[in-house]
Write a protein that binds this ligand. Structure first.
Ligand SMILES: Nc1ncnc2c1ncn2[C@@H]1O[C@H](COP(=O)(O)OP(=O)(O)OP(=O)(O)O)[C@@H](O)[C@H]1O
Ligand SMILES: [Mg+2]
Length: 255
């Protein structure tokens, strides 16, 4: 079954007299349970596309389907029952959490809002997810600034997956972390993907990172998907010059 489908999706931004065609006619189709990487240079439209798919922003044209249902024109009230099922995790976990509240309080708030479990069992319910991401449940009693970036990103993952989502958009979620935390988060996502049967769009500018988590990739340039398919094949035989440059840029950094 196709989990998420986009047809000729467009989002243009006007800044002064200039029009930025952030997403400019994108067709994609993500199967249930699939992890797909979305790679492309900075400004190519990756984050905009991710937000469009989750209806966090409205498209100018095109259609979006979730579980076969056309969600393009659903209003705020109509989309609410679907919100829980579609979660996004961002690059900087310090923007995910409000600095003035304890982490656990904030996650429980979301669980209560979506009526996942009743209030009395929320803490036990969360403790299980904390174990899953290898964090001590006591961390829930801390404030965001008391944690490392890697720990806080795991909490952001807990926040998202404790809502039992079906589709997860991960937007550069390891870019702000040091190398060892990056490896841990990738391993964690792989484990969760298998365990929770998630469908994931993994956004990254680094096609080398993409291959560690996903089998297939979409390559984005100037608001368009210019190449797609099995990552190993793209890496060894890219059909676009642009993709070749993307590959050599990450390989040269790693040398
Ligand atoms: N709200 C907005 N208003 C105006 N322009 C925007 C807005 N959001 C994005 N853009 C522009 O749209 C283009 C695509 O941006 P987007 O953030 O989707 O790129 P990206 O591929 O995620 O880049 P990065 O890798 O740097 O995160 C950029 O030129 C950006 O400046
Ligand atoms: Mg982005």
């Amino acid at each position: 079954m196709q989990k998420v489908v986009a047809k000729d999706l467009k989002k243009h931004f006007k800044t002064g007299k200039k029009i930025i065609k952030a997403v400019n006619g994108v067709d994609i189709s993500i199967k249930e349970g699939e992890v797909v990487a979305l790679v492309g240079e900075s400004g190519s439209g990756k984050s905009t596309l991710g937000k469009l798919l989750l209806k966090l922003i409205e498209p100018d044209a095109g259609e979006i389907f979730f579980n076969g249902m056309n969600i393009t024109d659903l209003d705020k009230n109509e989309i609410r029952p679907l919100r829980r099922k579609m979660q996004m995790i961002f690059q900087d976990p310090f923007t995910t959490f409000n600095p003035i509240y304890k982490i656990g309080t904030q996650i429980i708030e979301a669980i209560k809002f979506h009526k996942i479990v009743d209030e009395n069992s929320a803490e036990d319910y969360l403790a299980e997810f904390m174990r899953m991401v290898a964090l001590h449940p006591d961390i829930l009693k801390k404030y965001p600034h008391q944690l490392s970036g890697g720990q806080l990103q795991r909490c952001a993952i807990v926040r998202a997956i404790s809502l039992k989502p079906e589709f997860l958009v991960c937007d550069e979620i390891i870019s702000a972390l040091d190398v060892s935390a990056q490896v841990q988060i990738i391993d964690l996502l792989k484990m969760l993907e298998g365990e929770l049967k998630l469908t994931i769009l993994f956004i990254t500018h680094d096609i080398g990172v993409a291959r560690r988590i996903a089998k297939n990739a979409l390559v984005m340039k100037d608001g368009k998907i210019v190449e797609s398919g099995v990552i190993e094949k793209i890496l060894y035989d890219p059909s676009e010059d642009y993709t070749r440059k993307l590959i050599s840029s990450v390989l040269s950094i790693k040398k």
